[in-house]
Design a protein around this ligand. Structure first.
Ligand code: P6P
Length: 335
């Protein structure tokens, strides 16, 4: 990577002043996530060589087989965030309950909490398909210096101060926002440095890629079935393209660059869909909106949904604004 590109470290410092709560803590937090991303990237890249893939024997709170790499990624993110002593709480897809940090130290002034999906799409690991890590950052709402409570984690997505993902693909990228647009950084593995390779990322207003698991077609709401038929029977022009990797981060990232929509709807077998509101849909929705895209549950803006449970699921329609609006128009017929 040509060093004419700014590094992530330089970018964080240059943009620290623009962040309204700029106290350096958020910069330290993003730096901690940068380190965790490099550590997990190293493990993901060698997974095929070391007997670390395949079930870890446990299942997570979602009832899904925990892949060893899920467990390891979870440990690395939590360990890195704890060691930096900059957060007061962590919630993770891989943890049944939230983790309170430094609550015994009445002097600590840490005000951020982080919610993570440490390795999303992990079923792709043992078939060497790209996976990702997702993070969402809030300021706590309970008094600083006291143990965090569930209330700190059940905040609507509009309260997020930052969100992002790491995509472990043909190259490893960290893509994040602090509410001032979306920027993508590519890792130069030889240097262990992230470089600003995709400044000001933005969803094209429309596109021709739709991403969903059409294997569930018979279980979909009629509005989604109608939208799929609309995509396949586009009058005049060539039909849309169906692209579904089975990794939210990967499908989202491709759609943000090329234009497209990702849909994981509710169905007769999953009454609220599959994706989790707090550490999948809200961070991806923040990124989508910051990249001029849109994210709803088919009817409501994702980031305005008031969470009620740590691991709650919501239907997810996310991507190019005109495509999401088109899908919503079909959903509205059956509201
Ligand atoms: P299905 C991965 O488990 C995930 O949460 C997303 O990354 C992905 O888009 C979706 O679930 C895949 O789910 O039911 O299509 O296999």
């Amino acid at each position: 990577m040509d060093n004419k590109y700014r590094t992530l470290g330089e970018f964080i410092i240059e943009n620290q002043a623009s962040f309204q709560y700029s106290s350096g803590e958020l910069s330290k937090l993003i730096n901690a996530l940068r380190l965790a991303a490099k550590v997990v990237n190293h493990e993901v890249n060698k997974a095929g060589l070391v007997d670390i893939i395949g079930g870890a024997g446990d299942t997570n709170v979602q009832g899904e087989d925990q892949q060893k790499l899920d467990v390891l990624a979870n440990e690395k993110f939590i360990q890195t965030l704890k060691n930096r002593e900059i957060v007061c709480g962590i919630a993770s897809e891989e943890e049944d309950d939230f983790i309170s940090i430094n609550s015994q130290d009445e002097n600590h002034q840490n005000k951020y909490i982080v919610l993570i999906d440490p390795l999303d799409g992990s079923s792709n690991i043992d078939v060497n398909v790209s996976v990702g890590s997702i993070f969402s950052i809030y300021r706590r709402i309970t008094p600083v210096g006291t143990p965090v409570t569930l209330e700190d984690f059940l905040q609507p997505g509009i309260n997020q101060v930052a969100a992002g993902y790491v995509i472990y693909g043909t190259s490893t990228m960290l893509v994040y926002t602090t509410g001032h647009g979306v920027n993508g950084f590519t890792l130069n593995p030889a240097m262990g440095t992230f470089y600003l390779s995709h400044p000001d990322m933005s969803f094209p207003e429309t596109g021709r890629i739709y991403s969903m698991n059409e294997g569930n077609y018979v279980h979909f709401p009629q509005g989604v079935k109608d939208y799929i038929k609309y995509c396949q029977m586009e009058e005049g022009d060539r039909p849309y393209t169906s692209r579904y990797i089975g990794s939210l981060v990967s499908d989202f990232h491709r759609n943000m660059i090329k234009g497209g929509i990702y849909i994981y709807p509710k169905s007769s077998v999953a009454s609220n869909g599959k994706l989790r509101l707090l550490y999948e849909c809200n961070p991806m929705a923040f990124l989508a909106e910051q990249a001029n895209g849109k994210a709803t549950d088919g009817y409501r803006r994702i980031m305005e949904i008031q969470p009620t449970e740590l691991h709650q699921r919501v239907p997810f329609f996310c991507g190019s604004s005109k495509m999401v609006e088109k899908a919503e128009s079909f959903m509205a017929k059956y509201a």
